[in-house]
Write a protein that binds this ligand. Structure first.
Ligand SMILES: *[C@@H]1O[C@H](CO)[C@@H](O)[C@H](O)[C@H]1NC(C)=O
Ligand SMILES: *[C@@H]1O[C@H](CO)[C@@H](O)[C@H](O)[C@H]1NC(C)=O
Ligand SMILES: *[C@@H]1O[C@H](CO)[C@@H](O)[C@H](O)[C@H]1NC(C)=O
Ligand SMILES: *[C@@H]1O[C@H](CO)[C@@H](O)[C@H](O)[C@H]1NC(C)=O
Ligand SMILES: *[C@@H]1O[C@H](CO)[C@@H](O)[C@H](O)[C@H]1NC(C)=O
Ligand SMILES: *[C@@H]1O[C@H](CO)[C@@H](O)[C@H](O)[C@H]1NC(C)=O
Length: 480
């Protein structure tokens, strides 16, 4: 595990060396951090790039950056579904109490020691974020310097978790209006703009192939080497009334017009689809999911949230799921939907007589990357959650200023970079535009409930869905 990660980081350094002048690349980081306390003054209207590491067992994408002076490097889950950025304090109960660790099933990775930061400023405001599954993280808000590569963001408000149920902190990439705090504050992205680190509140997310552990997030720009076929622009949508009380735009959601499996239509889809990097799998309405599951022989064990699929399905040739948006179809190859997260218990599964019978003829037991919204308590058929199993195949540009996303088919394993910065006041997303029917690579033409205040949509699902990644043999046994 460890060595894979180091290899990935090394590859990133090599890749960064070829990036454009506007990018902040990893090799400079140490030098700037050690010798230059004001790196942000050196750069204006640039972009800031950050590696996004895929941790299948940890269920999500993580980035490392620093908090405090001198900088303390910490790990953050990247989450487009929520808006508060927070760290675990060294004093957090989860990090100091082994009984809680056992209960929660998580251990703390590096924690923030506020006593060691000269720029730490406490606030009196309570930090109290409640996830849809009822899990709750609490502490106080504080302000401190956040250093992302060589960009220093001053006075950033963040949560300092004292009562925690997650081993790492989280970077909320969503809107200010969706913050858990009663008094809203500038998000990291808003501060990057006001402190002139980037020109526009926008970022691009490239999760990359399931088989690689390395993706990236780019603030303030678009990397045209990471996608092909042009970007289609889709306006943000509000959530359906059955899911959210407000008609305001509170999540990164777009209109999804349909889904095809290997060219065959599934039951019709016309839904608001939340793009949520914090969810490891995708959720669609039940009738659609049933059709897809049938196609791939997916097995659903009552009481286990994890849909199972024969790992061999990953090798089906020329098989993909086509997600249809206005002017853009994103092809998700079947191997991106087959997650081999149960590898460590395969032997146990197949040495158990009952399970051996259940999974008879399978080459291995894998998780299928799509489940039904109703299994996660959402009854609306107009709501879809597109998590990592979808997002890995897409390059998505989140343009907060103009309330729109740019979406294109990702070019997997791209090692080069060609970065275009957003210009202040720009109304459109820079880069090649999808021309609808001309877009041969991935286009079909124009085929065309919850109170959100203080509630982060994603970690709710993430908790449940990340939980599925820790499915144990005993759970399967109990359910059978
Ligand atoms: C992945 O996440 C798990 C659980 O959070 C953690 O124990 C493990 O060390 C992580 N692996 C890597 C390579 O970071
Ligand atoms: C704490 O915040 C106050 C008010 O914004 C500011 O004047 C002060 O410099 C900050 N302290 C530190 C250590 O940054
Ligand atoms: C935190 O928020 C939850 C849900 O909104 C609420 O029930 C709880 O009382 C709050 N806890 C504190 C300590 O304020
Ligand atoms: C990307 O690279 C990984 C690791 O080298 C490899 O397993 C995978 O097949 C590659 N994907 C594509 C689409 O080339
Ligand atoms: C899709 O749903 C939207 C909003 O509910 C509606 O306005 C639109 O007419 C529907 N489109 C189709 C093709 O059914
Ligand atoms: C789809 O693309 C065409 C150009 O091919 C453009 O005129 C149209 O506005 C686009 N539709 C949307 C909703 O972006």
């Amino acid at each position: 595990m460890r060595s894979t990660l180091q290899y990935a980081s090394l590859a990133a350094l090599v890749a960064a060396g070829t990036a454009s002048a506007g990018v902040v690349s990893v090799p400079f980081e140490k030098r700037f951090l050690d010798s230059n306390p004001l790196p942000s003054l050196l750069r204006r209207d640039g972009t800031v790039a950050l590696d996004a590491l895929n941790n299948i067992t940890g269920g999500g994408y993580y980035a490392e950056f620093s908090v405090g002076t001198p900088p303390q490097k910490l790990s953050f889950m990247l989450d487009t579904g929520s808006s508060d950025t927070w760290v675990n304090s060294v004093d957090a109960d989860l990090c100091t109490d082994s009984i809680i660790q056992e209960e929660v099933g998580e251990f703390c990775s590096k924690q923030f020691d506020q006593t060691k930061s000269k720029s730490f400023n406490s606030t009196r405001q309570l930090f109290n974020i409640t996830y849809l599954d009822g899990r709750n993280i609490r502490g106080r808000y504080f302000k401190d310097t956040v250093t992302i590569n060589n960009a220093a963001i001053k006075n950033q408000q963040m949560g300092l978790a004292l009562e925690s149920v997650r081993g790492t902190g989280l970077m909320g990439l969503g809107f200010r209006s969706n913050e858990a705090a009663a008094i809203k504050y500038p998000t990291v992205i808003e501060n990057m703009v006001s402190q002139k680190i980037i020109a526009m509140p926008a970022f691009s997310l490239y999760l990359n192939d399931l088989q690689t552990s390395q993706g990236s997030i780019l603030f303030g720009g678009v990397d045209t080497d990471k996608f092909h076929g042009g970007l289609a622009t889709l306006p943000f949508q509000s959530l359906p009334a059955s899911v959210s009380r407000t008609s305001d735009i509170v999540m990164y959601a777009v209109q999804l017009n349909g889904l095809k499996v290997s060219g065959v239509d599934t039951p019709s889809v016309n839904a608001t689809a939340v793009l949520d990097s914090g969810s490891t799998i995708s959720l669609l309405p039940g009738d659609v999911v049933q059709a897809v599951w049938k196609e791939f022989g997916v097995m659903n064990v009552q009481g286990v949230p994890n849909p199972f699929v024969d790992c061999a399905k990953a090798n089906l040739k020329d098989t993909s799921l086509s997600f249809q948006f206005t002017n853009k179809t994103i092809q998700v190859p079947i191997d991106e939907m087959v997650i081999n997260n149960l590898a460590s218990v395969q032997d146990q599964i197949f040495s158990d007589p009952t399970l051996k019978q259940v999974f008879k003829g399978w080459s291995g037991v894998c998780t299928f990357g799509m489940a039904s919204t109703s299994d996660f308590g959402i009854s609306s058929d107009q709501f879809v959650l597109l998590g990592d199993t979808f997002l890995r195949s897409a390059y998505v540009v989140y343009d907060l200023q103009n309330q729109q996303v740019g979406i294109a088919q990702a070019t997997l394993n791209s090692t080069s970079s060609s970065i275009i910065e957003f210009q202040a006041g720009s109304k459109s997303i820079p880069g090649p535009v999808s021309t609808g029917s001309d877009d041969s690579s991935s286009d079909d033409g124009d085929s065309s409930g919850k109170d959100n205040a203080g509630v982060a949509l994603h970690p709710a699902f993430s908790a449940a869905i990340a939980g599925t990644l820790f499915v144990t043999l005993s759970m399967i046994m109990t359910a059978l």
